[in-house]
Design a protein around this ligand. Sequence first.
Ligand SMILES: Nc1ncnc2c1ncn2[C@@H]1O[C@H](COP(=O)(O)OP(=O)(O)OP(=O)(O)O)[C@@H](O)[C@H]1O
Length: 235
Amino acid sequence: MTRDIAITAQGVSKSFRNGKATIDVVRNLDITVDAGAFTLIKGPSGCGKSTLLAILAGLTSPDKGKVELGDTAIWSLSARKRDAFRLKNMGFIFQGSILLPSLKAHEQISFVLQQMGVPRGEAYSRACQALCDVGLEDRIDLLPSALSGGEKQRVSVACALAKKPRVIFADEPTSALDGENGERVSSKLRDLAQQKGVAVVCVTHDERLTPFADRILQMEDGRFLTSQEEKKSHA
Ligand SMILES: Nc1ncnc2c1ncn2[C@@H]1O[C@H](COP(=O)(O)OP(=O)(O)OP(=O)(O)O)[C@@H](O)[C@H]1O
């Protein structure tokens, strides 16, 4: 069976300057991500997980290397074209996702869908369906000020679902969620991968996500451990 590869990154590196010091956060890293798979990237705090995710998602430019989604090299696009490509093809679930204070839960989502060109009525029904999928059917008409932190996080999850993207990038998607809702979001992400062929790439410390993953990559000091190194580090 041939693999359906959604993302290919080759030789990706990123450093940040901290005063006079330079920190190499992502080091000459290669990764391929399959469509229809839930890929989990784990590793200690500060090892470069979020930076890598942002590079793959076209949000933080690498110093070196190439990232392709399908046959589009995202870092060769102009900023404007990259924004449009992201809007159409990617969903995001990030820690502390910001909601617009004056929009109700369903409007947060239908606003994004309409930016993508989805007609108003369809945008509304997709927004409501996605909010139901994350258990927010009785929060559809509420403003962010009336939602808890976990509910706001679920609105951003619903937004990523409603877009029906090719790829979902998630950074600690369950961090603000209790057991039941953490499980609901985790299984939704897995179902999207398995049933809709979405490539889900998730970075997390949350062990609750592990059973849902098709593939787990362990990161340390800006690179992936080989399976042998992983065994040694757990010994
Ligand atoms: N914009 C930036 N400027 C300077 N340093 C940065 C920047 N972004 C990240 N870093 C540094 O890069 C390193 C890796 O950060 P990153 O957020 O990618 O790690 P992480 O593995 O996701 O950590 P955590 O699990 O704690 O979220 C950290 O030392 C961080 O301070």
